[in-house]
Design a protein around this ligand. Sequence first.
Ligand code: HEC
Length: 148
Amino acid sequence: MKQAFIISLLAGAAFVCSRCGNDAVAVNNMKDLDENMLDMMTYHDNLGRYIKQGDADYALWLLNGMDSSLQVIAQKFTAHRKLTDPFSTSYKKMLRPSIKGMRGALQQNNFEEAKANYRLLTKKCNGCHIDHDVDENVVDWSSNDSYK
Ligand code: HEC
């Protein structure tokens, strides 16, 4: 599973590099919202799997990677044709509480609490998609019902 994550990161990097020749793009994060969202999905899904496996160190590493990317997204998307509010507003209200809760729980190896916060985060991802008529269902990978 680690390999799958690294491969998807490499694929993302290759994709960014394939656009390096485009000198119209000057900001650090050159991706549009949908591409950033695909990265969030990779982090989110792997995070759930590692929480389920009880690997606090790796789950924390993924969580911190996801959180720092979300903060970059929040800085960049102050407005977007598909968003009604700046992303930072939704990040603070919808995502940050469960991210903080998950971080605290993982630091104490409290996996029940980490799973509860992961489930809440998943609901918030989906809540924002419903609010914006986005047909994308984010799956809870920490539950025993999920396979793979
Ligand atoms: C602020 C609202 C908001 C939040 C919070 C949010 N999303 Fe999204 N998401 C969107 C919007 C809007 C789109 C459609 C983007 C587009 O089509 O340009 C989207 C699209 C997606 C897509 C489809 C991308 C594609 O190209 O097919 C995925 C996957 C996704 N989100 C995952 C997530 C995950 C995982 C989370 C939680 C960590 C999350 N989203 C949280 C608003 C949000």
